[in-house]
Design a binder for this molecule. Structure first.
Ligand code: NAD
Ligand code: IPM
Ligand code: MN
Length: 347
């Protein structure tokens, strides 16, 4: 029987609660299937940083290598550790080290979830570049604290990086409804974003079966609210994709419903699965974090591992409980009650 070795990084705030919920669901679905799962729980978090001086050990990436996947909760607790340290010490280096260049984030309303829009028919797959662009980390500060202070943060767009994320988007569009929206800001940023538009047009010739439209990020933000039903696959750079996917989360009812996969599409190394949301310090100790985003992310993990039936069973269980109003209104149900309901629906 196939066994999957999964690294669990619960992290901070609501991370541990939602990761534990997702893991319970993974274990339950595995019991009824022909594979087993094994978890290695890694305590890497802001508390770990305060204890050891590092978010993860020096050989953290090596510890993860060799697992089949990573399931992560959330990282960051800005009152204890600056975000610029915690995220650059854990989440962001993992995405880069394992070349998880495609961050895919589905935005659709689960049955029973109303969302803030008056329309409900949309099904968007955001494909976010995940290893370069505005998150490249190139830059620096000089004359700190003086009136001559300078801060430089250079966005880096490589042909390899832009082409592979767009190609991934085109492939997704082919498998879905055949529409690709490429998002830039090439009217203002005339180097990197014009380059991105050019690569989009080059590839469009190869994927003549896909209907391609280029949008500026500002217009896309409005479209996601006013006409989300016109969108299928949306491809964007790292930072643009980050912002658009919190907007996507909002139109699907909130961050408690937004799942994501950090994929290494060529499968040369492992991928990571995590909800879009962060550690939610404002509700962290109330026991009311919605675990659905994390459970949905776990379903994406099983799907990526090839356990498509188990992945589908999890989605059916989630949809069965939201259809009867369980977990659809923020704060109305406890994390544990929603998790128990999903577990019951699985049987
Ligand atoms: P956040 O996503 O943690 O919270 C934003 C709002 O959404 C809050 O009001 C929160 O209560 C709510 N929310 C989030 N997840 C929820 C859930 N599952 N159920 C119900 N409500 C939920 O964003 P933030 O407050 O900007 O960030 C908090 C910390 O998390 C920061 O340190 C930030 O850097 C970090 N962060 C980490 C990740 C990650 O690990 N992938 C993602 C985003 C933010
Ligand atoms: C996300 C998060 C991260 C990002 C932060 C915490 C660095 O917001 O996964 O969307 O910007 O990628
Ligand atoms: Mn984000």
């Amino acid at each position: 029987m196939k066994t999957y070795s999964i690294a669990l990084i619960p992290g901070d705030g609501i991370g541990p609660a939602v990761t534990e919920a997702a893991w319970q669901v993974v274990e339950a679905v595995a019991r009824g299937a022909d594979f087993t799962v094994h978890a290695t729980r890694l305590p890497w978090s802001c508390d770990h940083y305060l204890e050891t001086g590092a978010m993860m050990p020096e050989d953290g990436v090596e510890i993860l290598r060799g697992r089949d996947a990573i399931l992560l909760g959330a990282v960051g607790w800005p009152r204890k550790v600056p975000d610029s340290i915690s995220l650059h010490g854990l989440l962001l280096p993992i995405r880069k080290a394992f070349r998880q260049y495609a961050n895919i984030r589905p935005h659709r309303l689960l049955p029973g979830v109303e969302g803030p829009l008056r329309k409900s028919e949309f099904d968007i797959l955001c494909v976010r570049e995940n290893t370069e662009g505005e998150y490249s980390g190139a830059g620096g500060r000089v004359h700190q604290g003086t009136e001559d202070e300078v801060a430089v943060e250079t966005a880096i767009f490589t042909r390899k990086g832009v082409e592979r994320i767009l190609r991934f988007g085109f492939e997704q569009a082919r498998r879905r409804r055949g529409k690709l929206a490429s998002v830039t800001k090439s009217n203002a940023q005339r180097h990197s974003m014009v380059f991105w538009d050019e690569v989009t047009h080059e590839l469009a010739r190869e994927y003549s079966d896909v209907e391609v439209t280029s949008y500026h990020i500002d217009a896309m933000a409005a479209r996601m609210v006013m006409a989300p039903e016109t969108l299928d696959v949306v491809v964007a750079s790292n930072l643009f994709g980050d912002v658009l996917t919190d907007l996507g989360a909002a139109i699907q009812g909130g961050l408690g419903f937004a799942a994501s996969a950090n994929l290494n599409p060529d499968r040369s190394t492992l991928s990571m699965f995590e909800p879009v949301h962060g550690s939610a310090p404002d509700i962290a100790h109330l026991g009311i974090a919605n675990p659905i985003a994390a459970i949905w992310s776990a379903s994406m993990m099983l799907d990526h591992l090839g356990e498509t039936d188990a992945a589908a069973r999890i989605m059916q269980a989630i949809e069965a409980i939201t259809a009867r109003g369980m977990g659809t209104v923020p704060g109305e149900h406890k994390t544990d009650d929603i998790t128990r309901a999903v577990l019951t629906a699985l049987h």
